[in-house]
Design a protein around this ligand. Structure first.
Ligand code: SF4
Length: 356
């Protein structure tokens, strides 16, 4: 068991000071999670309530970093994503640049199989640990499978391929598995059904459908904005823990200029790092990955061990090619990890463990 800054006796002696009480409670919670015990919803809310620039939060981030290193053998991963299409999407997630309602993109374009293969091979050459193919929710699923098979054929057998697509039945999920995907990214987003035109129940069912088909599911508490309460965040952390994902984590909302949600602003990188750290503490040890997006040193020192490089269309960007905008490259992601004292895994992802 690890000992933290303040002993119980010291804290009792200072009990008339509310800051001392908080520090004592933080200390107790860190000891509890140090034993591998899961924190309750109220305990998660207590940690989320702490000021991001407090001693308590720095202790939480340090402990999350320690646990992340313990469960991933000190090795961070860089995954890469590209979209096979760019199109206005009627699912109208208010935080997404593809949402029809946001009016950012009005024309539809799609990659040819050859273009998708070229992106995929470049990322493989760049040494990423997993490669994600994304499509908007209404992109024809059979076409997505066709392109995916072409991509799969062009890659080394050991390269981990992941799908980031809309809600699916077990039957469709099995087709993804057959096309050579090891897993998917799927999340119930914060205020799903309120800030999106999608159904929360269907999002959750898809997660279980993917798992039933033998696909590992990576997820995240996202996209966090200043309006989300600590109770909402705690509930989402607990939900992601409930299905033992390949990884969980936290990502802040990137404002799409001129949109309704952009008017609400953005949380700071430090606040995001706090949530990333608390998400780690809310996961069982069987979950070895803890992601954040966008990549940053504060996230990495708070226990994030997974970043994404991106090219092409990106739902957080207004540029058609995110590599000319917000997107990070595999190398820049690796250097952010190195600046934060993380080693980088070489070879296929260990977070997505299933063999294809
Ligand atoms: S997040 Fe996905 S489903 Fe929602 S609007 Fe964007 S592309 Fe469509």
């Amino acid at each position: 068991m690890r000992k933290y800054a303040l002993s119980f006796d010291d804290a009792v002696a200072q009990a008339d000071n509310p800051d001392s009480y908080k520090l004592m409670k933080t200390n107790d919670l860190l000891s509890k999670t140090g034993y591998g015990e899961l924190l309750s919803r109220d305990e998660l809310v207590f940690l989320l309530d702490l000021p991001p620039d407090s001693l308590d939060v720095y202790m939480v981030m340090a402990e999350a970093n320690r646990i992340s290193k313990e469960v991933s053998d000190g090795k961070a991963e860089v995954h890469a994503q590209f979209a096979v299409n760019l199109a206005p999407c009627s699912c109208d997630c208010l935080f997404c640049s593809f949402a029809e309602v946001n009016g950012v993109f009005t024309a539809s374009t799609a990659l040819s199989a050859d273009q998708a293969v070229a992106y995929a091979r470049q990322f493989e050459k760049d040494g990423v640990n997993a490669l994600f193919l994304m499509s908007t929710a209404h992109y024809p699923f059979e076409r997505f499978l066709e392109i995916s098979r072409e991509v799969r054929k062009s890659l080394k057998p050991e390269t981990t391929l992941i799908a980031n697509v809309g809600d699916q039945s077990v039957k469709s999920a099995l087709k993804l598995k057959d096309a050579g995907f090891a897993g998917v990214y799927h999340a119930v987003r914060l205020r799903e059904g309120i800030d999106t035109a999608l159904d929360v129940g269907k999002r959750k069912r898809s997660i279980f459908n993917f798992r039933e088909a033998g696909l590992e599911v990576g997820t995240c508490v996202e996209p966090v904005g200043p309006e989300h309460t600590n109770e909402e965040l705690a509930d989402m952390i607990a939900f992601t823990a409930s299905f033992n994902p390949a990884y969980s984590g936290a990502a802040r909302r990137i404002p799409i200029p001129g949109t309704k949600l952009a008017a609400l602003g953005m949380i700071s990188e430090l606040r995001m790092a706090q949530i990333v750290a608390i998400t780690r503490l809310g996961m069982p040890r069987s979950v070895s990955g803890n992601c954040t997006h966008e990549p940053c040193t504060l996230g990495a020192i708070a226990g994030a061990n997974l970043f994404w490089a991106e090219v092409g269309a990106n739902p957080r960007d207004v540029q058609v090619k995110t590599e000319e905008g917000r997107g990070e490259s595999a190398n820049s992601c690796r250097s952010i990890f190195q600046e934060s004292n993380w080693e980088i895994l070489r070879g296929p992802s260990r977070f997505y463990k299933s063999a294809v």
